[in-house]
Design a protein around this ligand. Structure first.
Ligand SMILES: C[S@@+](CC[C@H](N)C(=O)[O-])C[C@H]1O[C@@H](n2cnc3c(N)ncnc32)[C@H](O)[C@@H]1O
Length: 349
């Protein structure tokens, strides 16, 4: 017998009942084949790997009041969860434009939606930033409704290669479009201590901004690089090592979430993009056109609120939501990622 004969290679097993890494959760990457697994993950209040669960769907549809022949814009396609709900409301006379700045995920979503039977007659998907909504409108004409579901998708957060989360080891990148700009690791190295403090406070109200900034600068002065998500996480752990034992783990987790969020906002120029989008919205909406925006942190919500109020006072919007609409308690408990969501709306005069 040939001793060099290759041993039979077993497929990597689903490790335990709760595989943690993104790749090992292979059943969740194949929803068509493993529907039961997907159902179980969702029942537990989690999001299956490689998927995104749309938030406040009923609240958004109730407000948008979509008519079959309308022309609309989903400004943040993501996994296409809201897109599908909207498409089910319009017919062959209507059309939905769906855009996303992420070329990786929007390509996958485009294919998925095509496979579901949504052809280019009813749906146009484009890989653009919503700050260019005015350029899009030159092609599409004015919109009867617009939806924006801000921030990042679960697919982006969960994929270690994108570097969005301190929970997974990966390159510290954090760009929604990796073809544009510089990765977060390069950006961080450019900043002074005071600039890091400013970024952490302005973008995510980080209470330990100074300690974290000092620890980051110390790493660089000692010749250490912060190139991976783990490098940054460990730097934050060092920065907060002085905290009492009983609160340390919890504070480190929250500060890490806020630090990654602040860096993501900076690297993707998120506030600038949102500001431009909000400023251009009135000129791309039809009279009576409706816009709904879902935001996930106070900085975003503040910008949306201020813009809606500003144009309302000018008579450009005839009605705006009184305050933010929150996901139902049921949704908050069934989808932990919905908990920070705030929905605001406006109607063009
Ligand atoms: C919360 S997810 C949207 C999820 C989507 N509503 C769904 O149901 O699957 C946010 C998406 O917006 C995209 N995005 C964020 N900022 C953007 C911008 N300025 N222009 C276009 N897309 C943006 C992100 O790449 C991400 O895919």
């Amino acid at each position: 017998m040939d001793n060099t004969e290759k041993k039979h290679q077993r497929r990597i097993r689903y490790k335990g009942t709760h595989p943690k890494s993104f790749d090992a959760r292979y059943k969740e990457h194949q929803p068509d084949k493993y529907g039961e697994t997907i159902k179980k993950v969702i029942q537990k209040g989690n999001t299956p790997a490689g998927m995104h669960r749309p938030i406040c769907v009923n609240e958004i549809l109730d407000f948008l009041q979509i008519k079959p022949s309308q022309i609309g814009l989903d400004a943040t396609l993501g996994y296409g969860g809201h897109t599908v709900e909207i498409l089910n409301k319009i017919d062959s006379k209507g059309h939905l434009y769906a855009i996303d700045r992420d070329p990786i995920e929007s390509k996958r979503t485009k294919q998925r939606l095509l496979d579901l039977g949504y052809s280019e007659n009813v749906l146009s998907i484009k890989n653009i930033n919503f700050s260019d909504v005015d350029i899009l409108a030159l092609d599409s004409g004015l919109f009867d409704f617009v939806l924006a579901d801000l921030g990042v998708s679960s697919m982006q957060i969960d994929n270690p290669e994108r570097g969005f989360s301190f929970k997974n080891e990966g390159p510290l990148d954090l760009r929604m479009n990796p073809n544009i700009g510089i990765p977060a690791s390069d950006r961080l190295r450019e900043l002074s201590k005071n600039e890091i403090i400013g970024m952490l406070i302005e973008n995510s109200d980080e209470p330990y901004a100074e300690k974290i900034a000092e620890a980051i600068i110390l790493e660089y002065t000692q010749g250490n690089m912060i190139n991976s998500t783990t490098d940054l996480y460990e730097t934050i752990q060092k920065a907060l090592s002085f905290l009492p034992k009983d609160i340390k783990d919890d504070v480190i987790k929250k500060s890490s979430q806020r630090t990654f969020q602040a860096l993501r906002i900076d690297v993707n120029h998120e506030f600038e993009a949102l500001y431009e989008f909000l400023e251009k919205l009135p000129q791309v909406l039809n009279s009576g056109g409706r816009v709904a925006i879902l935001s996930f942190h106070s900085g975003e919500d503040r910008l949306v609120k201020k813009s809606f109020q500003f144009y309302f006072r000018q008579g450009i919007y005839k009605e705006i939501s009184d305050g933010p609409i929150r996901p139902s308690m049921e949704e908050q408990s069934s989808n932990s990622r919905s908990r920070s969501a705030k929905l605001r709306w406006a109607i063009k005069a």
